[in-house]
Ligand binder design. Structure first.
Ligand code: HEC
Length: 118
């Protein structure tokens, strides 16, 4: 009886886990869109300051965006940095893309998904 209960709880947890994993994972199309926005000189323009794999003519004012998934397991930290970098560092030169309305919330979400794949 006890074993059956444990098995049931485990399988429910596994089911819920896979449900959340799939419902929050970005599609390839969303990641590609995020990359386009990040590289677009009139939108994210992240390459002006950051080296990003696949991007041309990167600047080096900001740190290279490498090993992001390993360094930022929590995607929301990347999003927060893009939304308003001044929260972490009031003197940063990184524009507060969300706070100043440079990018929409949706654009920031897509860029976050792309950066998280690096
Ligand atoms: C004008 C230069 C500039 C631009 C443009 C810029 N950043 Fe930054 N970024 C920085 C600097 C400088 C830092 C270092 C942290 C600080 O200043 O507090 C940084 C830090 C970061 C970090 C944290 C990296 C780490 O290793 O800790 C992320 C993530 C990031 N930027 C993403 C982006 C994305 C995505 C874009 C484009 C939407 C972007 N940045 C555009 C200058 C810039």
């Amino acid at each position: 009886m006890k074993i059956r209960l444990v098995t049931t709880i485990t399988s429910v947890a596994v089911l819920l886990g896979s449900f959340f994993a799939t419902s929050f994972a970005a599609t390839d199309a969303e990641i590609a869109e995020g990359k386009k926005l990040a590289f677009d000189r009139k939108l994210g323009n992240c390459l002006a300051c950051h080296m990003i794999a696949g991007g041309t003519l990167p600047g080096n004012i900001g740190p290279p965006l490498i090993a992001m998934k390993a360094r930022f397991p929590d995607k929301s930290e990347i999003r927060a940095q893009i939304y308003d970098a001044t929260v972490k560092n009031p003197r940063t030169v990184m524009p507060p893309f969300g706070k100043h309305g440079i990018l929409t919330d949706k654009q920031i979400n897509l860029i976050t998904e792309f950066i998280h794949t690096l």
